[in-house]
Design a protein around this ligand. Structure first.
Ligand code: FAD
Length: 304
């Protein structure tokens, strides 16, 4: 049953017509628990609230299904406007983005040129941009573009997914760049030919790469709500005397709020991933696929 729900949410998230319909009717079914709003103003207000108790943020303007150069440019413009809004409001946040929304599936050059526009603006504001990692089909090209960008920019980081077999080698290769990495378990449905099918193997691999990257001396964002992973990181940094400014914990907006606040009170840097925008449906479906128990939460909201 759980697997069936997971597959259904994954498929719905990829459905263009479901996304189009959702866009038309606005945030529904309790999506507001996971998505900060549809406008920049709403997202900045949400970040300001997080900042009040010491949490920082990474804002993500949601954009899926980009098929034309104009749509990709529009998406890049939204990223730039988000960086401007962060700067003018004074909130503590950087930016996360997906390169498919900047035209990666149209042409690599288009995506790189949009990335450079965004990174230049981020540099002007002394801010940082994180490239989210998408499905396996985009993994190699994303890493290649990241390497290219690093020749010109040092205000950019990327994400590495523990469920992929290739990950340990990627971490080793990225060490020469002293890459600032966000380490996650991985959110997409991947084939057992490229990814660990068993959760325990993914968890073990996440611990392994957290250790590998931190002990290599690189800035590490541990992005997980899993208390076992968080406790593992706490013990590791204590044992190796790794300073609190060399890593951070990251969690998603609306998930494990108490844990976010608790870690922040303990003096750890906690960054909350705050998505916003009218393209909320695909993101919402991925969150439901991660935890089908959330379906009861959705049903409750449908009948409110
Ligand atoms: P899990 O073992 O899945 O969950 C541990 C516990 O966390 C659960 O028992 C539950 O209590 C809670 N929890 C987890 N997910 C949910 C949920 N949806 N709703 C309610 N409770 C939940 N993945 C990518 O592939 N690419 C990315 O770029 C990427 N960026 C991310 C950025 C951040 C800041 C975070 C936190 C995650 C990101 N992810 C990304 C998603 C990640 O890969 C996992 O799918 C997701 O974090 C769930 O795994 P977990 O580590 O929290 O552990």
């Amino acid at each position: 049953m759980e697997m069936m729900l997971r597959n259904m949410f994954q498929a719905l998230g990829k459905s263009r017509s479901a996304n189009r319909l959702a866009k038309k009717y606005g945030l529904r079914f309790g999506a507001a628990r996971f998505v900060a709003g549809e406008t920049i103003k709403q997202s900045i207000d949400a970040v300001r609230k997080l900042n009040e108790d010491g949490r920082v943020a990474t804002l993500d303007h949601l954009g899926e299904f980009v098929f034309s150069e104009a749509e990709a440019a529009e998406s890049a413009d939204m990223c730039i406007q988000t960086l401007d809004a962060i700067a003018s409001s004074g909130v503590q946040s950087n930016l996360s983005l997906k390169m498919t929304s900047l035209g990666l599936d149209i042409s690599r050059d288009l995506c790189v040129s949009n990335m450079k526009r965004i990174l230049n603006r981020a540099r002007m504001h002394n801010n940082f941009v994180r490239i989210d990692m998408e499905d396996y089909a985009h993994c190699q090209v994303s890493l290649d573009i990241y390497r290219e960008l690093r020749q010109e920019f040092d205000n950019v980081g990327i994400v590495i997914q523990a469920y992929l077999f290739r990950t340990e080698q990627d971490i080793a290769d990225l060490n020469e760049l002293n890459a600032n990495l966000r380490l996650v378990k991985g959110a997409y449905k991947e084939s057992p030919e490229v990814a660990f099918p068993e959760k325990k193997d993914v968890d073990d691999n996440l611990k392994k790469i957290i250790k590998q990257h931190l002990l290599n001396g690189n800035y590490t964002a541990v992005a997980s709500h899993d208390e076992a992973i968080i406790n593992y990181t706490k013990t590791l940094v204590n044992e190796h005397g790794i300073a609190k400014d060399r890593f951070e914990f990251q969690m998603l907006y609306g998930i494990c709020e108490d844990l976010q606040k608790q870690l922040s009170q303990e003096g750890y840097k906690v960054r909350v991933y705050v998505p916003y925008g009218v393209d909320w449906f695909g993101y919402f479906m991925r969150r439901l696929a991660e935890r089908p128990a959330n379906v009861w939460f959705v049903l409750k909201n449908m009948f409110k």
